[in-house]
Write a protein that binds this ligand. Structure first.
Ligand SMILES: Nc1nc2c(c(=O)[nH]1)N[C@H]1C(S)=C(S)[C@@H](COP(=O)(O)O)O[C@H]1N2
Ligand SMILES: [Mo]
Length: 430
């Protein structure tokens, strides 16, 4: 982007923030977010451009770094839609999730606070303490040398993926479909590390701590600290990971060390991991209590006042599928459409995926692959033939090996979690 264009945008932000936002991001920011980056901290700005900014003091208020003004707004990310800049949240359009293993550049970003300044593995350490026999303090080299190193493709989906489709709207990032990914993660098994520390008999829950800080900037105040029941923690597919797709983890995906707890809300997979402590109570860190990552234990009406005690902590994510090719809105002049996509089912396996081209009247079971390992999403493909010219929708419905299928629409819940309603794409035969 040229200097002229840059100045143009800067002036436009002065004149008409809505229009400027629309031009730059294709959408208007929420009123309290007007003027992208106006209120962004230097850390966020550095993270977005991928380096420290030595002359940051000279950046005029509201100025947009040129590096952000082109398509890729976060260095090392490709084509993500930014939903919020403080904290940074960005999702991946479905057609960019077509790979069976999600490239790092296409892995969504969900931050609750301000990421740390340092992402280097040198000097990074992980503490394992709380109710253990031997507290451990491990460098990343210790992890690599003392424990078996494994690589697995693991699905991470944000508990709020699909929130944007709730009506009336639920507060929070308006994720549509792309807060999900299945990358290759390399690390050591969480279970091996916890067992090495010695799990005391009274342990029921883990507690995870990362190096990011609260948006308020209050020292010591955590943005998020979640945990899982010890039974889930001991599942051999949870990793303490130091590589993403064979490379160091992307800074915004938790470099240099993160948890990957697949099948459960992404929030269980603490990024920038510094400490895990074991507890004899259900963990009560930030985003564990109240209504965070919890759903009512019964159907509720929008607007109904639901007592906190009627909310349950979300465990496994529900069965879901995503059509990643073609992109919605595609046209065909042969009447033939090649469909590809992925399906996943929390702690379960996907047993089948069905497609409909007639608004759900008839369904055809498609070719569904095995997961490359447990907790990897399963890919499906099919060739569908559209009988005559016109507008069609392709709908996908996955069914788990427990016989649970995706619904047409899910019951409303106050925080807009767990939306696993069927994915629909538009296709025209011309
Ligand atoms: N330290 C830390 N870990 C975190 C978060 C965070 O804000 N801070 N966000 C969580 C949430 S809500 C999700 S969905 C996943 C997203 O992982 P990703 O940003 O690598 O896609 O990270 C989780 N781990
Ligand atoms: Mo999340």
């Amino acid at each position: 982007m040229t200097d002229n264009k840059m100045r143009g945008l800067f002036e436009l932000y002065e004149e008409d923030e809505d229009r400027a936002d629309k031009l730059l991001f294709g959408r208007v920011a929420k009123p309290d977010r007007r003027g992208f980056l106006r209120g962004a901290g230097l850390t966020t700005m550095s993270a977005l451009v991928g380096a420290a900014i030595p002359f940051s003091a000279n950046i005029p208020a509201g100025f947009i770094p040129v590096a952000l003004a082109d398509e890729d707004k976060v260095v090392g990310k490709d084509g993500l839609t930014v939903l919020n800049d403080r904290p940074l949240n960005a999702e991946t359009p479905p057609h960019l999730l077509n790979d069976d293993i999600t490239p790092t550049a296409r892995h969504f970003i969900r931050n609750n606070g301000i990421p740390p300044e340092e992402f280097s593995p040198d000097g990074w350490s992980l503490t394992i303490d709380g109710l253990v026999n031997t507290p451990l303090n491990l460098t990343i080299d210790d992890l690599k040398s003392k424990f078996e190193v494994v690589t697995e493709a693991l699905t991470i989906e944000c508990g709020g993926n699909g929130r944007g489709f709730f009506n009336p709207p639920a507060k929070g990032n308006q994720w549509t479909l792309g807060a999900v990914a299945c990358s290759n993660w390399t690390g050591v098994r969480l279970a091996d590390v916890l067992k090495a520390a010695g799990i005391k008999d009274n342990v029921i829950y883990t507690a995870h701590v990362g190096a990011d800080t609260h948006l308020s900037g209050k020292p010591g105040k955590l943005a998020i600290s979640r945990g899982v029941p010890i039974e889930k923690a001991l599942n051999p597919h949870n990793l303490i990971a130091f590589e993403q797709n064979g490379q160091p983890i992307h800074p915004m995906n938790g470099a240099p060390l993160r948890l990957v707890v697949p099948g459960w809300p992404g929030s269980c997979s603490q990024k920038w991991l510094k400490r895990i402590y074991l507890r004899d109570v259900v963990h009560d860190g930030p985003k564990m209590t109240g209504t965070a990552y919890r759903v009512p234990n019964r159907p509720v009406e929008p607007g109904e006042k639901v007592p906190k005690k009627d909310f349950d902590i979300i465990h496994a994510m529900p069965v879901k599928s995503l059509i990643t090719s073609p992109q919605t809105g595609a046209t065909t002049n042969t009447g033939i459409v090649e469909i590809h996509g992925h399906a996943w089912a929390g702690d379960d396996k996907v047993a089948s995926v069905d497609l409909s081209i007639d608004f759900g009247a008839t369904w055809v079971t498609v070719n569904l692959g095995e997961p490359v390992n447990p907790y990897a999403w399963q890919s499906f493909s099919a060739e569908v033939s559209l009988p005559k010219k016109g507008y069609y929708e392709v709908w996908a419905r996955a069914t788990s090996d427990k016989g649970v299928a995706q619904p047409h629409a899910i019951a409303w819940n106050p925080k807009g979690y767990l939306n696993n309603s069927m994915h629909r794409i538009a296709v025209r035969s011309v």
